[in-house]
Design a protein around this ligand. Structure first.
Ligand code: ZN
Length: 353
């Protein structure tokens, strides 16, 4: 019957068939990850063992290998063990995601710092006292935190096409939620893809990290390591004060869902924000004293250069110094409770252009 269709029309139909076929191409290959094999349409909970000297831990990961072909997205929560909002969002997302509906693969790290979570250890891993988000790319022969960083850098990130690291304001930290992405000018393609990811997640504030010609120094941060490996990388910051508020858990779930729609891993239209405020520069306001910190400002407040943001007292409550705002901008996060050490951050202020 095909001979009755004019040649041009045949090719048009054929092209349409090819397009349709590849846009929903069935996944035929298994996914090999962490020395295990994952079949199309499968969802698997695995524990990746990590050993350093006499210490050992695990990294809990859910692997979703979709029924259709598509990119590999890595999502990491719990780099900081007492930032519970991202950890709970990851757990909820793992229950919602159906591998049969996915075009691609999702590697969801429920928590990168299990010991920090179990021991309620603020910022660091209690096994070595190190902050995981300060040691990337890590070391194969290092202490536990360095070994976890090495494992993420070498065993997880190389499998990925896109990367998300999810954080919250910790127990000292009143935070205004935002997304952030790595932007270095010698990698415009990677940077632009990351920017599109950050916009797709729907946060009204977007912070650009980097903004330099190229990334020469060590990665230090987990998502900057992904960027160094040419993988578009974004951060989420949602949640505050180390407490669990449902609306911030849901906001992270929605952001990740929207991101997966943007990456066409899930069907549907991403809930991107219309006119995000992009922050290209931030200023840290540092304490010059040990003692008590007082301030009536909260995250999200707009501030002007020269105004008094708060004050520091000694251990008796005697006034030591005022904290004066150095720039015009918006408070992205601040220390909200009294203890403060010399050199600690009081405010992180995003510059508004
Ligand atoms: Zn964090």
């Amino acid at each position: 019957m095909i001979r009755h269709i004019p040649t041009s029309r045949f090719y048009l139909l054929f092209s349409l068939f090819v397009l349709t076929f590849f846009s929903t191409a069935a996944q035929t290959e298994d996914f090999i990850f962490a020395d295990q094999t994952f079949q199309p349409g499968s969802k698997s909970q695995i524990l990746i063992p990590v050993k350093a000297g006499n210490d050992s831990t695990v990294i809990p990961v859910t692997v979703f290998h979709g029924l259709q072909k598509g990119p590999v997205l890595g999502i990491v929560a719990g780099v900081h063990g007492t930032e519970y909002v991202p950890i709970l969002a990851a757990q909820q997302l793992a229950k919602q995601l159906d591998p049969k509906e996915l075009s691609g693969t999702v590697i969801l790290v429920h928590m990168a710092n299990v010991e920090g979570f179990l021991k309620r250890s603020f910022r660091v891993n209690p096994l070595d006292g190190k902050n995981l988000n300060r040691v990337f790319p890590g070391s194969e022969d290092g202490t536990m935190t360095e070994k976890i960083a090495w494992t993420i850098s070498n065993k997880i990130i190389p499998h990925l096409n896109f990367y998300v690291d999810v954080h919250a304001g910790d127990s000292n930290n009143d935070l205004r939620q935002y997304s952030g992405y790595y932007n270095y000018f010698d990698k415009p393609e990677v940077s632009n893809k990351a920017k599109e990811m950050a916009i797709a997640m729907g946060f009204p504030y977007i912070v650009q990290f980097g903004n330099e010609q190229s990334l020469q120094e060590e990665s230090v941060y987990t998502s900057r390591e992904a960027f160094k490996q040419n993988i578009p990388a974004v951060d989420i910051e949602s949640g505050r004060m180390g407490i669990v508020e449902e609306k911030y858990v849901v906001r992270i779930q929605d952001a990740l869902w929207s991101l997966m729609q943007h990456l066409e891993i899930l069907e549907g239209t991403p809930d991107a924000v219309e006119n995000p405020i992009v922050i290209k520069k931030r200023t840290n306001v540092i304490s010059e004293n040990n003692g008590f910190f007082y301030s009536d400002f909260t995250s999200g407040d707009y501030v002007k250069k020269g105004i008094k943001l708060g004050y520091i007292t000694d251990l008796f409550g005697n006034h030591l110094s005022d904290v004066i705002c150095p720039v015009d901008g918006v408070i992205l996060y601040k220390t909200f409770n009294p203890p403060i050490e010399k050199g600690n951050g009081l405010f992180n202020i995003g510059h508004l252009e």
